[in-house]
Design a protein around this ligand. Structure first.
Ligand SMILES: Nc1ncnc2c1ncn2[C@@H]1O[C@H](COP(=O)(O)OP(=O)(O)OP(=O)(O)O)[C@@H](O)[C@H]1O
Length: 280
């Protein structure tokens, strides 16, 4: 297995000089998770070890039920590992850290609040001063193409627009760490491509350390500095692969031989694990 720390600093960090603080450095230290329920024990994760450097964009791909969301919840401090631990910025996580934003597969917007008020929700929950955040919230919505929708309600938006609002909400306080659990799974291919481009651009600007879960191998490669391939339950890391495609990446990069080679390697790993059927 190759280390996710192999490259010292990604290219784009060098170029514009901005770097996330060591607070965004994530160590997943031998994390295992066993759920106990009335129906018995479920071993969801076994001995996961990963080191994710500040500013990295890491995609996690794996079959349904291999523990991706469980791992995400452990990193977010929403779930305690059965053994091992998650260390962020040198501190073991036992509750959600302040400097973290999350985006889920379902957008969890509040239907009775406007788009702008949804983006400002967490600031209000943290008893921050709303007025200090309104300008930034509006600016973020504009960046994500929602300039005409600040005062609309979620039910007036398409699925892609709703997910853009969720991303703006997670990014409002400029988190050091962004966790995204299959955020685009429910979207059509065109909207997904659009959001992949927007996410790439934003992530290059903010340099948040990002962990992105997806079932989609092509999306995983397109977005990531590293792709983590997981084996089925109990979830284990089967492969970590560094993606050396230059940024910014246009959608056409998916047609390049290098991109195809990364795809082949990941698919072969899944075939060797018996998760994907071998092509004929
Ligand atoms: N709270 C829970 N109690 C008991 N078992 C659970 C709980 N949460 C998850 N599991 C089990 O742990 C395993 C991993 O679930 P998890 O949701 O983390 O997988 P996943 O890879 O995210 O799946 P998917 O891709 O389908 O969303 C599954 O077998 C699931 O049934």
């Amino acid at each position: 297995m190759r280390s996710v720390l192999r490259e010292a600093v990604p290219r784009d960090l060098i170029e514009d000089g901005r770097q996330r603080p060591a607070d965004a450095h994530i160590i997943i230290d031998s994390v295992s998770k066993i759920y106990c329920s009335d129906r018995g024990e479920v071993e969801a994760l076994r001995d996961i070890r990963l080191k994710i450097r500040p500013g990295a964009f890491v995609s996690i791909v794996g079959p349904s039920g291999c523990g991706k969301s469980t791992l995400m919840r452990c990193i977010a401090g929403l779930e305690r590992p059965s053994t091992g631990g998650v260390v962020i910025g040198g501190r073991e996580i036992d509750a959600p850290p302040q400097n973290l934003g999350m985006v889920f597969q379902r957008d969890v917007l509040l239907e009775w609040r406007t788009v702008l008020d949804n983006v400002l929700l967490l600031i209000e929950l943290r008893r921050g001063h709303r007025s200090e955040w309104v300008a930034r919230a509006r600016q973020l919505l504009d960046v994500f193409g929602l300039e005409s929708f600040h005062d609309c309600y979620p039910w007036e938006l398409s699925g892609g627009m709703r997910q853009r609002v969720s991303i703006c909400r997670a990014m409002l306080s400029d988190p050091d760490i962004l966790l995204m659990d299959e955020p685009f799974a429910a979207l059509d291919a065109f909207t997904r491509d659009d959001l992949n481009l927007e996410l790439q651009a934003t992530s290059q600007r903010t340099k948040a350390t990002t962990i992105f879960i997806t079932h989609n191998i092509s999306e995983a490669i397109f977005l990531a500095d590293q792709v983590v391939v997981m084996d089925r339950r109990p979830g284990r890391v089967a492969l970590v692969i560094d993606i050396h495609l230059p940024r910014p990446r246009p959608l056409a990069v998916k047609e390049s031989p290098e991109f195809a080679e990364y795809g082949r390697l990941i698919r072969k790993t899944f075939e060797d694990l018996g998760i994907l059927r071998r092509g004929i």
